[in-house]
Design a protein around this ligand. Structure first.
Ligand SMILES: C[S@@+](CC[C@H](N)C(=O)[O-])C[C@H]1O[C@@H](n2cnc3c(N)ncnc32)[C@H](O)[C@@H]1O
Length: 352
C-alpha cells in the first residue's frame, strides 16, 4: 500500500493568524521576521533610525512603520492607525548596557527608553509582551523598576537567557528574553533537542565569490598576523578558519569553521582565512554571510544602505529563529499552566 504523504504541520500558523504584533525598537526587522515565521502578522513597527526603518519597510510592505523616537509617538493616533494588538515585541536600546562599549561612559537617558515599553503596554494592553536585550540589562539599576512596572500592569513574567545556537542559528549569541502574559505564567522556552548545531562552514558564500588578499602584506597589522599564527598553530597549514580581524577577543582571536560563529556585533569583525593555495589569503565576512549567521531567511532583503550600515542593521538584530521559537511557545495554547510556574535552570518565573 502506498504510504500516505504527511501533511505539513500548520496548526500553530492557523491559530496564530489572528495574532497582531507591534514591534518597538524594530530595527531592520529581526524580531518581526521571527514572529512572522511563527505565523503572526506585524501591524506596526517603530524605530528612530531611518536606515533601519527603510530596511523594515522593504521586508514588511504591509506594516505601518514609524520612523522616530518612541517618546514622540502619540499613542492615541497610533492606536487609531493599527488597532488592537495581541503581542508587543521590544528590544530596547542596548548599546548602553553591552560590554562591547568597553569603558566608555554609559548614557542613563538612553537606558531609560526601556520604560517606553511600559507606556506602550499600558496603552495597548496586549495579552503578551516579549522583551529582548543583552544579558547585562539585568544589572542596570533601573531594571527592577522596569520589571515592576510590567508587573503592575498585571503581567506574569518569566526571564530566560537563551542562546541562538540552540535554536537553529549558526551563532553563539546569548540574550535575555523577558516573556510576559496577562493570563498565565509564560512557559519555559527549551532549546531544540537532538539537532546538530549549524556551523560557520554553512554560512559561507561559495569559494571564489569574493576577492581574497594575501595575509602577509606590508601594511598588515601585527595583531592580525599574531591571530593568524595562533589559528595556524591550532588548526594546521591547510584548513580554512576565521580570525577576529577587528576588536578585542577573549578566545585567542581565531575560530574553526565547524562551530557556530562567535557573537556578531554591529561592526565588521571576522575574516575568513583560506590556506588551500601557495600562500594564505583572507577576506572579511560579507553581509550575506552575516545574515545567514543571524538566521535570517534568504528572502530577507537588505539593499540601499552602505556596507557598514548593513552590518550594523544585521548585528543589531534579534536572531529570527530565536524569536520564532519564543513567539510560538508563548502564544501556543497550554493545558498545564501550573507546571510552568516554577523557576527553571535557564530562567526565572518572576510573578505567578
Ligand atoms: C537592538 S536594536 C533593535 C533590533 C530589532 N529588534 C531587530 O531585531 O532587528 C535597537 C533599536 O532601537 C532603536 N532606538 C534606540 N532608541 C530609540 C528610541 N528612543 N526610539 C525608537 N527607536 C530607538 C535603534 O535605532 C535600534 O535600531
Amino acid at each position: 500500500m502506498p504510504r500516505l504523504a504527511r501533511k505539513p504541520v500548520t496548526w500553530y500558523k492557523k491559530s496564530m493568524s489572528k495574532i497582531k504584533v507591534l514591534d518597538l525598537f524594530s530595527g531592520g526587522g529581526g524580531s518581526s521576521s521571527g514572529a512572522r515565521a511563527a505565523g503572526a502578522k506585524i501591524v506596526g513597527a517603530i524605530d528612530a533610525w531611518n536606515l533601519a526603518t527603510e530596511a523594515f519597510k522593504e521586508n514588511f510592505p504591509e506594516t505601518h512603520v514609524v520612523t522616530g523616537k518612541l517618546e514622540a509617538v502619540v499613542l492615541k493616533q497610533l492606536r487609531q492607525k493599527i488597532g488592537q494588538v495581541n503581542l508587543i515585541l521590544a528590544s530596547p536600546e542596548c548599546t548602553n548596557h553591552t560590554p562591547a562599549k568597553g569603558s566608555a561612559k554609559r548614557c542613563e537617558a538612553s537606558r531609560q527608553t526601556a520604560f517606553q515599553v511600559v507606556r506602550f503596554a499600558r496603552a495597548f494592553k496586549p495579552r503578551w509582551l516579549i522583551i529582548e536585550n543583552v544579558i547585562q540589562m539585568k544589572s542596570w539599576k533601573g531594571y527592577k523598576k522596569f520589571i515592576a512596572g510590567l508587573g503592575e500592569l498585571g503581567y506574569h513574567i518569566r526571564e530566560q537567557i537563551l542562546n541562538a545556537k540552540d535554536f537553529g542559528a549558526p551563532q553563539t549569541r546569548r540574550r535575555l528574553f523577558v516573556s510576559c502574559d496577562l493570563e498565565q505564567m509564560p512557559p519555559e522556552i527549551r532549546p531544540r533537542k537532538k539537532r546538530k548545531m549549524k556551523t560557520v562552514a554553512e554560512i559561507l558564500d561559495p569559494a571564489g565569490t569574493w576577492e581574497m588578499k594575501p595575509v602577509f602584506i606590508d601594511n598588515r597589522a601585527p595583531n592580525t598576523i599574531v591571530r593568524y599564527l595562533t589559528g595556524l598553530n591550532k588548526i594546521g597549514p591547510h584548513k580554512p578558519f576565521l580570525l577576529v580581524y577587528y576588536g578585542s577577543d577573549g578566545g585567542g582571536g581565531w575560530q574553526s569553521l565547524d562551530r557556530p560563529l562567535r557573537t556578531i556585533t554591529t561592526v565588521d569583525r571576522f575574516a575568513l582565512v583560506d590556506q588551500s593555495g601557495k600562500e594564505p589569503r583572507m577576506r572579511m565576512l560579507q553581509v550575506s554571510e552575516l545574515q545567514r549567521a543571524m538566521g535570517f531567511e534568504s528572502s530577507y532583503k537588505l539593499n540601499g544602505a552602505s556596507r557598514r550600515d548593513r552590518i550594523k542593521i544585521v548585528g543589531n538584530a534579534v536572531c529570527p529563529p530565536m524569536m520564532e521559537a519564543v513567539v510560538k511557545k508563548l502564544t501556543q495554547k497550554r493545558r498545564t499552566a501550573k507546571r510552568s510556574n516554577r523557576s527553571t535552570k535557564s530562567g526565572e518565573a518572576i510573578r505567578t
